[in-house]
Design a protein around this ligand. Structure first.
Ligand code: KG4
Length: 343
């Protein structure tokens, strides 16, 4: 089914064209240059950039895929969670396209896209699998039962893993987005230099990263107050090690508790090389199979929205209430891709 998908939940405008499992084009227009000055995403600037990018990017994606608008069979768009102003640009543009071209329309939950993103990789998971999605907006563990049912087993109680990377980068004076910068510095550092706290929250599969972020802040302030040079590489390596240990341990625990041996990663933080390598080791040790999308499909992209949208359409058909549909900002605990309510 020839599908055009649009993703605009945060600061990436993305458009993909997919036909069944064949990805014909997947383009992204990032806004890092705009937001890096502020050390994080400025929502109003993000919406304005989406407005500028959405039409030319859609035209470019169609051109690269060698597809005419009139050949399309389905339109899919991210409905939430995310920044409302950003979501509204892509979602409204996609709804208008579906109306003008008289094509069926499906709304995809951003988290459902990340949970299914390993299907864009070299090895694809079999259901049921345990999904860890770690991005700038959320960190969650789901039991993926099929292409449209995802049971949430744990989620972040405060900062998302990516948010923690971004905040630590900011306090160290590193550029936004912080994840790639922190992981690059971490490569030259000692992960055991500082014993930063791991928040286990008893037996829960939930996450909490705000205490870790505060511990890093206190340590950095200590160096600054003593007028000593901040050992950036060691701080990055020790912080990253603490995040990774918690993510790996809780994900593998979820797999054991649910008798599942398939593990899949998704979201921007899953592009982190040290995280992937720690997961590979832990999965080998526990007899699990690991699936992760290529780095380009870890961060926000429209290919995952096209994939999820097609599966959803096969199961539930398209939406007929186009004019009443609205976007939502908060994460739904069970992201069935066709959420009906704002949450
Ligand atoms: O999935 P994503 O593109 O957007 C959201 O839906 O949030 O994730 C972006 C997040 C940012 O917080 C960024 O710092 C983090 O993913 N990230 C990384 C890496 N690459 C991106 N975190 C750690 N290591 C990386 N290599």
């Amino acid at each position: 089914m020839l599908t055009l998908a649009i993703e605009s939940s945060c600061d990436d405008t993305a458009v993909a064209i997919m036909d069944g499992n064949r990805l014909l084009s997947s383009l992204r227009s990032g806004q890092e240059d705009i937001h890096t000055r502020f050390g994080g995403v400025v929502p109003e600037l993000a919406s304005r950039e989406h407005l500028k990018a959405i039409e030319p990017l859609t035209t470019a994606a169609l051109k690269e895929a060698r597809v005419a608008r009139t050949d399309l069979e389905l339109i899919a768009a991210t409905r939430g969670p995310g920044l409302v102003g950003s979501l509204l640009v892509g979602f409204s543009f996609a709804r208008a396209l579906s109306h003008v071209l008289d094509l069926p329309f499906v709304c995809v939950d951003h988290m459902a896209g990340h949970i299914l993103s390993p299907f864009l990789g070299r090895t694809t998971p079999t259901f049921p699998y345990i999904s860890l999605t770690v991005s700038g907006g959320t960190s969650a563990i789901h039991l993926a039962e099929d292409f449209t049912s995802f049971r949430q087993l744990g989620h972040t109680r405060d900062d998302a893993a990516g948010e923690a990377f971004d905040k630590v980068a900011k306090l160290l004076g590193l550029p936004y987005p912080g994840g790639p910068a922190v992981s690059e510095h971490a490569e030259a550092g000692n992960p055991e230099a500082f014993a930063f706290p791991r928040s286990w929250l008893d037996d829960s599969l939930d996450f909490s990263f705000s205490g870790l972020k505060t511990a890093v802040l206190n340590r950095v302030n200590h160096f600054r107050q003593c007028r000593e040079e901040v050992p950036v590489a060691d701080i990055c390596a020790s912080f990253q090690a603490a995040v990774i240990e918690v993510l790996v341990t809780k994900t593998l625990k979820a797999a054991r508790e649910h008798g599942v041996r398939e593990i899949a990663l998704g979201g921007g933080v899953s592009a982190n090389k040290a995280l992937r390598s720690a997961f590979a080791d832990a999965c080998r040790r526990d007899g699990c199979t690991l699936h992760a999308p290529p780095p380009a499909f870890c961060t926000d992209n429209a290919a995952m929205i096209a994939f999820a949208g097609q599966r959803l359409f096969e199961r539930e058909g398209g939406r007929t209430d186009l004019l009443e549909l609205d976007v939502y900002s908060r994460s739904a605990p069970e992201p069935t891709a066709q959420n009906r309510e704002c949450r």
